[in-house]
Ligand binder design. Structure first.
Ligand SMILES: [Zn+2]
Length: 136
């Protein structure tokens, strides 16, 4: 049942989007957080990423994975990184937060998702044009 669910979700994502971007696995870090490690292994994230990759090839769409470093902790509006300048890092319980630098209010996952997409587009551009001449 779970496998079937992942098949349906991965097909819908790839079929309906030209570009899908996901965070790379960081199993060592994730395993440090027991609750998260449990839920990640439960969902079969690795299997899911594999499905996305082969379906992207099948449909001729792009699937990109990016380094997850600071996607959650960085303000999309001003670039401030939580945990710097005497601020505390966001925890898993912080679902909403206000940037101490620019005062923009963020929904945690939405802010992170925009970073992930930015990183994916930048990676895609570097793959297409490795010398950075895209758009000039
Ligand atoms: Zn900010």
């Amino acid at each position: 049942q779970r496998h079937n669910f992942l098949q349906q979700i991965s097909t819908a994502l790839i079929k309906n989007h030209d570009l899908v971007v996901a965070e790379e696995l960081r199993s060592k870090n994730l395993l440090k957080n027991h609750a998260l490690a449990l839920s990640i292994s439960d969902v079969g994230w690795r299997i899911f990423l594999g499905m996305l990759a082969y379906k992207a090839k099948l449909y001729g769409h792009q699937f990109i994975t990016i380094n997850p470093r600071n996607t959650t902790q960085t303000c999309r509006d001003c670039g401030f990184v939580m945990g710097t300048n005497g601020t505390d890092k966001l925890t898993l319980d912080d679902r909403n937060w206000t940037c101490p630098n620019c005062s923009i209010h963020h929904i945690r996952d939405w802010n992170a998702a925009k970073h992930i997409l930015d990183k994916g587009i930048a990676k895609l551009a570097s793959l297409i044009c490795p010398y950075g001449n895209l758009g000039t």
